[in-house]
Design a protein around this ligand. Structure first.
Ligand code: OTN
Length: 483
């Protein structure tokens, strides 16, 4: 009888442990594998390079410029890839064709391309040099094939049906002949006449030839968008910045700039914001801007307001007329990496004792927020949409930055949070910059005046479902960027 009772108790214990160990259920729209992988890249480089590079004050060529201008004297795409490696940037997008229509590869479908330039006697192929260099150095290659094409529009016979097929052929060339491509960019600028059925044909080509390729979609390509425009070209995401949006807001971007920037908590689609910005005032290289390259401190600010606002930073590093990344640009982007690595090297909470008010139990321990594992996270129990997690340090530490990450595969769960500090664990002071925050998502970073404290408290004040927090940390900003 005793043995029977013991087995019964053991059975209940095992059943309840198993229940506790169940993962929280996703809530709302969730990311696909491409989007999770895209988020994890954090920073992607943009390379605007083409005929505009060889013209004074031109960033949007009219399609009439002679191809004989294109003549890089020392093109070295390995130098671009080495710069990215030194800057910890895993992926770069080359403007294979910008709005002027000039193609950086010898397309079989146009003469307005490198074939008719003096570079390498017309035998060169920038896309090949780029893809080969990047693949050989372990950096991902991606392409921008501008949907808007001013050169094609010059033809009196231009019509969108023929252009749809022309573009489809070029997309096929780019996605068939140069190895893996990780992102393609459908710039909305000047592209209003391109209808959703046109993009449907192009999207089929992307999905068939390069299933892993992320589509940056705008306006009429919104249905195929893995990622959206963030509504500005300053690299600044909104606060909040939800990964979800009502997908029609993308189509009518003019009326929805704020929605693009901030996303919409109850949006029907998971289409996170990509934040594009140039390291220089212009998208293409112009030597007079050598004195206007964004500093490490400016880039750090942009990083914190893009990657640190649940977005991905798309940072333009325009190659110069030689075909090289200018040394000031590389020094500053490598400086940014140093600032990021130095800042986030040590989570000052790493040895803290962590207690949560509404723990789920099982493998979802509160201490998972400060371990360095990419696979573990803290979750509250299913009945709780709020929580209080206290981090108790052995001794007071000084910090001026915090970083928090949600488990994005489980959707946006937390919709309100604040962070307080204390020196006795009883009397708490809220960090003003961390008061009443809303979104978290992939990563949220906040900076503030230095605080010295023995206790830190994360208060989850509002949510759609129980919190699932991957990481929480406080940090001292690198001397490279702190004032
Ligand atoms: O003049 N513009 O076309 C323009 C000015 C300032 C900011 C953006 C734009 S166009 C805008 O570019 C985005 C990428 O940066 C997206 O492609 C949008 O769809 C497009 O409308």
């Amino acid at each position: 009888m005793k043995k029977q009772r013991f087995l019964f108790a053991l059975f209940f214990l095992l059943v309840s442990l198993n229940t506790l160990a169940q993962a929280p259920k996703p809530v709302g729209p969730t990311p696909n594998e491409r989007q999770i992988d895209w988020y994890n890249q954090e920073i992607i480089a943009f390379f605007h390079f083409g005929l505009n590079t060889y013209e004074e004050f031109v960033n949007e060529g009219d399609g009439r410029t002679t191809t004989s201008l294109f003549n890089p004297t020392a093109l070295d795409c390995k130098q671009w890839a080495r710069t990215l490696k030194a800057a910890g940037i895993p992926n770069g997008i080359l403007t294979a064709k910008h709005a002027d229509g000039f193609c950086l590869w010898p397309s079989a479908y146009t003469d307005y391309c490198v074939k008719n330039s003096p570079w390498k006697g017309g035998k060169g192929d920038v896309v090949k040099e780029f893809a080969d260099a990047f693949n050989s150095l372990g950096v991902r290659a991606s392409v921008y094939l501008g949907p808007h094409d001013r050169h094609e529009h010059l033809s009196p016979l231009y019509n969108t049906t023929d252009y749809r097929d022309y573009y489809a052929h070029q997309l096929t060339e780019l996605l068939s002949n140069y190895g893996p491509m990780w992102e393609t960019w459908w710039d909305g600028a000047g592209a209003d006449e391109l209808t959703t059925p046109i993009y449907t044909k192009w999207a089929e080509i992307v999905r068939r030839l390069q299933p892993q390729c992320v589509i940056f979609g705008t306006k009429n390509s919104y249905r195929f968008a893995d990622v959206r425009w963030n509504g500005n070209e300053s690299g600044i995401a909104g606060d909040p910045c939800w990964s979800t949006i009502d997908s029609l807001s993308i189509r009518d971007e003019h009326a929805h700039i704020k929605d693009l920037n901030e996303g919409q908590l109850n949006g029907d689609a998971y289409i996170p914001a990509e934040s594009d910005v140039s390291i220089r005032p212009s998208w293409f290289y112009h030597s007079e801007e050598d004195v206007m390259v964004k500093s490490v401190a400016e880039l750090w600010d942009i990083y914190c307001k893009s990657v640190g606002r649940n977005s991905v930073l798309l940072l333009n590093l325009p190659p110069d007329r030689r075909g090289l990344i200018h040394p000031i640009d590389s020094a500053n982007v490598v400086g940014l990496r140093k600032a990021i690595d130095e800042t986030f090297h040590t989570n000052l909470l790493e040895d803290a004792k962590v207690t949560a008010k509404n723990p789920r139990g099982g493998e979802y321990a509160a201490a998972n927020m400060i371990d360095k594992s990419p696979d573990t996270y803290y979750a509250a129990n299913d009945n709780a949409t709020t929580d209080e997690i206290v981090f108790e340090l052995n001794s007071p530490k000084t910090f001026d930055c915090l970083m928090i990450q949600e488990v994005i595969a489980l959707g946006h769960r937390t919709t309100g949070w604040s962070v307080d500090y204390s020196n006795d664990g009883k009397k708490w002071t809220v960090i003003p910059e961390a008061n009443n925050k809303q979104s978290i998502g992939h990563k949220w970073i906040l900076r503030f005046s230095p605080v010295t404290a023995k206790y830190v408290r994360l208060r989850i004040t509002k949510g759609k479902a129980c919190p699932a927090i991957h990481t929480f940390g406080v940090y001292k900003q690198s001397a490279l960027v702190s004032k």
